[in-house]
Design a protein around this ligand. Structure first.
Ligand SMILES: O=C(O)CCC(=O)C(=O)O
Ligand SMILES: [Fe+2]
Length: 504
């Protein structure tokens, strides 16, 4: 799977590069063959014309050598020089074999990948309110990326979104496709059937959205210019059905907080938040005496802190080198009964790293010294990379139920390193705490998922917002509560009542 991570998209770029080269030499060899055919045909044509003009055909064929040559040409020459190569076409076979090897070695995307990428685009539009016409013009968040789309691409997006049941969005893309087609400079825009194809999908989308009249009008427009178009069947089909209801999309309850925070806008608050300011901490551990921790507290109770400059670019490169040795797989989430399942709520690829390499050893020490926890309770670091529209919808990091068998207690804390900056989007947001964090390369975010009593803290619900532009990489280390009884002991009274109101 390619679309769920920017890293694996790089393989696709390589596939295209190789296809380009192979196609270029294929076209050249085809050109040579065609030139050969052209010369041969020219030669025969001359002989043929000469035969029919200079002499009467009867006379020509009455000549034994002429008869022989005609028969020889038909029996041997045409066969060997034209039919054989046209039918066998070595170059074509070679090209086909090359593509086969290429897709076996590097992989080749299929229809479901295209759907995944288009779903990602639709997700970006929804979370960040990106206008379809802006996206088509290559404008994202006010920046122009010089990658405006052609009418065909917009049409394809419209079609796929229709298939996904996203009718309103589908219609928007079809409308943009229509306008782009009208404005296209080439003869393309005179092709009636292109308009008809767009109109037919627009008609069906309108029908599903509860506008049967509009749907009917669009089909009639098609049939006016192309009476035999498949719109006829579509018309019959739609007549046999009840039009869809113009249902307002229902979003989950967390959705408005999520999108607002993802856009970097705080939620309105009854009381103003705690006054927080950054500070240096050289006392937490001797390790930080010479280079104090740069702490940015972003929330008190539950505490969420960002520690800046924890990993250098060089260390981050080494982490990627370690990760490259492992296979990245599409991220799964815990589904029914704790089974791992792949769903759109988490679109990324990931792998796990132990703490044996020098760089991972440093990572382990950093976490230990900052958190005070015993690394005996740490899971391996999960390194993840998000792709087009990649995201992780609001979730807690604790399990609470269905704890995996090898866990010693639940996930008491999360230590998340940002391993990249992100050009646009990709914030980490805490939807119940009014907190959004833009990723900062080298920084570490840390918070506790459990109360001191080890009851789960539902206030820690958080999410990774869709990446708009760029590649987001993070490294997560989850700590289990099992070995930490002396590191973070209980208070005399439990504080778990604090999160009761936040449970869904
Ligand atoms: O991507 C993010 O910012 C959050 C990731 C996360 O919450 C997780 O992997 O559990
Ligand atoms: Fe998480």
């Amino acid at each position: 799977e390619f679309y769920s991570s920017v890293d694996s998209m790089q393989d696709l770029a390589q596939v295209e590069e190789e296809l380009l080269n192979a196609t270029r030499s294929y076209v050249e060899s085809q050109q040579k063959q065609l030139d050969f055919y052209r010369r041969y045909v020219e030669q025969i044509k001359q002989e043929h014309e000469w035969a029919t003009s200079q002499l009467k055909l009867d006379d020509y064929l009455g000549h034994p050598l002429h008869a022989f040559r005609l028969i020889k040409r038909l029996v041997q020459d045409w066969d060997a020089l034209i039919f054989e190569p046209i039918l066998a076409n070595n170059a074509r076979e070679e090209f086909r074999a090359f593509v086969e090897v290429l897709s076996r070695d590097l992989g080749y995307p299929d229809q479901s990948e295209l759907q995944g990428a288009i779903k990602g685009l639709a997700r970006l539009q929804k979370v960040y309110n990106l206008a379809t016409s802006d996206l088509a013009d290559g404008i994202i968040g006010g920046f122009t990326y010089g990658s405006d789309l052609q009418w065909r691409e917009c049409y394809e997006i419209g079609v796929q979104l229709f298939d996904l049941g996203e009718y309103q969005r589908s219609l928007e893309w079809l409308q943009v496709a229509f306008i782009l087609l009208q404005n296209s400079p080439r003869e393309e825009k005179d092709e009636d059937h292109y308009y008809s194809d767009i109109r037919e999908y627009a008609s069906m989308a309108n029908f599903e959205l509860g506008n049967p009249k509009k749907a009917g009008r669009l089909l009639s427009q098609i049939l006016e210019s192309q009476p035999t178009h498949s719109a006829q069947q579509t018309q019959k089909y739609l007549e046999s059905r009840v039009s869809g209801k113009n249902v307002k999309e229902t979003n989950p309850s967390w959705f408005s907080n999520y999108t607002r925070l993802c856009q970097g806008r705080r939620l309105p608050e009854e009381r103003s938040g705690d006054p927080l300011s950054c500070y240096l901490d050289g006392k937490r551990h001797a390790y930080f005496t010479l280079a104090p921790l740069q702490v940015e507290p972003v929330h008190l109770d539950p505490d969420i802190n960002v520690y800046h400059g924890m990993l250098s670019s060089k260390q981050i490169l080494s982490i990627f080198e370690e990760a490259d040795k492992e296979e990245m797989v599409r991220s799964a989430v815990a589904g029914d009964g704790g089974k791992r399942t792949v769903r759109d709520l988490r679109v990324s690829q990931q792998t796990w790293l132990d703490y044996k390499s020098p760089v991972m050893n440093s990572v382990s020490r950093i976490i230990q010294f900052v958190s005070g926890f015993d690394m005996a309770g740490a899971e391996y670091m999960q390194v993840a990379n998000y792709g087009v529209g990649g995201q992780y919808e609001p979730h807690p990091d604790y399990f609470e139920v269905n704890l995996p068998k090898n866990f010693e207690g639940d996930r008491i804390s999360t230590s998340m390193f940002y391993l990249s900056d992100v050009e646009q989007g990709g914030y980490t947001v805490f939807t119940k705490l009014n907190v959004f964090l833009p990723p900062v390369k080298g920084a570490l975010v840390m918070w506790h998922n459990l109360h001191r009593s080890l009851d789960v803290d539902a206030r820690t619900l958080h999410a990774g917002c869709p990446v708009i532009v760029g590649s987001k990489r993070i490294g997560n280390v989850w700590m289990h509560s099992g070995y930490q009884e002396f590191r973070r002991p209980c208070n005399l009274t439990s504080d778990s009542y604090k999160s009761l109101a936040y449970r869904d």
